[in-house]
Design a protein around this ligand. Structure first.
Ligand code: NAD
Length: 429
């Protein structure tokens, strides 16, 4: 029998919470608040371009496997498309479409001249060798060659990808067009035009937004009890920066389980341990093992989901004890759980604000590349700090003026700016 990895558009199971439905619900709420024209809402609800490609990859044992790769370009009214590439078994077209839409609002909220896009391949990167990953990344890139480019669509790392995959993408694109094009991707290695500060940028942005939210409550990061789900690029950087600012990071987890210490984990030692143990924190000495379900409901001041969507749901939201939830991942709190947290007075720092540090420094990397002038890390971090704090203030002020929750305030600002640009540009033809 012939099998195919192209997934159906339908939800995989009845319990599945569709990220695209959730993204559209948030868009509709923002549209109601903005009293947006129904026609404009229709335009903004639909991605402009959806590309699905088959990726034949030769495994090291000689067998050929076909993977499904997607790239969704949501809206380029403000500038070129921008968004990460995700390698994860749960990648679906609907998930990628939702994430592309979030990118549009995120860039607009931060005042960055990009539109939203997202890409992904449904695969578990741990099951592939480095040379297999290189082959499939290069094939995926070449399938998308006409759809990406430094002024068209600029991919970046996301879950399961890193600077290494961006280097392969940049090289494949450059070889195909006949000259080096560093600006086709961001989050690439420093040796080929990456930016200082990019690796820590999303985690740094999370730290800045949490710090500002605490300051508004008359508190500081010092001695705050912080719990982080996910210890990859974003989670580990946020953990390290919070630890350096004096917070007690009492628990962190990876896909294979987590660790807990009442007195606070030694984050630099934990990072070194994860680097030597296939990115897992399980078995870290001087800590108690904990599973992901327990981790989310620990008593703490700040909970940072930095892994996947739909982690805080109707099922576990009543057990969440954090006073602040900072969405480092995209969509980790479901719509219903979000309403419940807001009703209980928990401060929910929404993804399009809290995790925007990555796209901000991607933008700074792109600007440096286009101007052939590279900055020191201090300057990159200063620009990041400025844009993050500015966006945070705008969201807080809008929330207060309109008496609406932070998420709705953030969405209203992002969606409103895109809708205004669309109105000013007009509809072609
Ligand atoms: P990553 O692949 O570097 O790390 C993901 C982490 O989550 C790993 O530690 C992994 O073990 C863990 N994880 C996976 N499944 C899990 C599960 N079921 N329970 C607990 N932990 C689990 O990915 P990343 O780049 O850190 O991205 C994490 C999230 O942040 C994603 O939602 C991504 O979209 C979002 N994000 C990333 C960036 C960026 O710059 N990388 C920017 C904005 C948003």
């Amino acid at each position: 029998m012939i099998t195919t990895s192209i997934q159906p558009l339908e939800a995989p199971s009845p319990a599945y919470i569709c990220p695209l439905d959730q993204a559209c619900s948030y868009l509709e709420a923002a549209a109601r608040e903005l009293k947006l024209d129904q026609g404009l809402l229709q335009v903004l609800s639909h991605p402009r371009k959806v590309v699905t490609v088959s990726i034949p990859v030769k495994r090291d044992n000689g067998e050929i496997e076909i993977l499904a790769g997607h790239r969704v370009q949501h809206c380029d009214v403000l500038g070129p498309y921008k968004g990460g590439i995700r390698y994860h078994p749960a990648v679906t077209l609907r998930e990628v479409s939702a994430l592309a839409m979030l990118m549009t609002w995120k860039c607009a909220l931060l005042g960055i001249p990009y539109g939203g896009a997202k890409g992904g391949i449904a695969l578990d990167p741990k099951r592939y060798s480095v040379s297999e990953l290189e082959r499939l990344t290069r094939r995926y890139t070449s399938e998308l060659i006409k759809d990406i480019g430094p002024s068209v669509d600029i991919p970046a790392p996301d879950m399961g990808t890193s600077a290494r995959e961006m280097a392969w993408m940049m090289d494949t694109y450059s070889v195909n067009v006949g000259h080096a094009v560093p600006g086709v991707v961001t989050g690439k290695p420093l040796s080929i035009g990456g930016s200082l500060g990019r690796e820590m940028a999303t985690g740094r942005g999370v730290m800045i937004i949490v710090r500002e939210a605490l300051a508004d409550q008359g508190k500081s990061l010092a001695d705050m009890r912080v719990v982080i789900q996910g210890f990859g690029n974003v989670g580990s950087a946020a953990a390290l920066l919070m630890h350096e600012a004096g917070a007690k990071v009492i628990a962190v987890s990876t896909g294979s389980g987590g660790v807990y210490s009442e007195t606070g984990l030694d984050i630099p030692a934990l990072k070194a341990y994860a680097a030597e143990n296939r990115r897992s924190v399980v078995g870290f000495p001087q800590a108690i093992p904990i599973n992901n379900a327990e981790l989310l409901t620990l008593p703490c001041d700040v909970l940072i989901p930095a892994a996947l969507e739909n982690q805080i749901t109707e099922e576990n939201v009543n057990q969440v004890q954090a006073k602040i939830v900072a969405e480092a991942a995209n969509g980790p709190v479901t719509l219903i759980a979000n309403q419940s947290l807001e009703a209980r007075g928990v401060t929910v720092l929404p993804d399009i604000l809290a995790n925007a540090g990555g796209v901000v420094v991607s933008y700074l990397e792109w600007v440096q590349g286009l101007s052939y002038l590279f900055w020191d890390e201090e300057r990159v971090n200063r620009e990041l700090e400025h844009l993050m704090v500015q966006a945070y203030r705008q969201v807080i002020n809008h929330s207060k003026t309109r008496q609406i929750p932070l998420r709705l305030a953030a969405y209203t600002l992002g969606v409103g700016r895109v809708a205004q640009a669309l109105t000013d540009r007009g509809l072609y033809p």
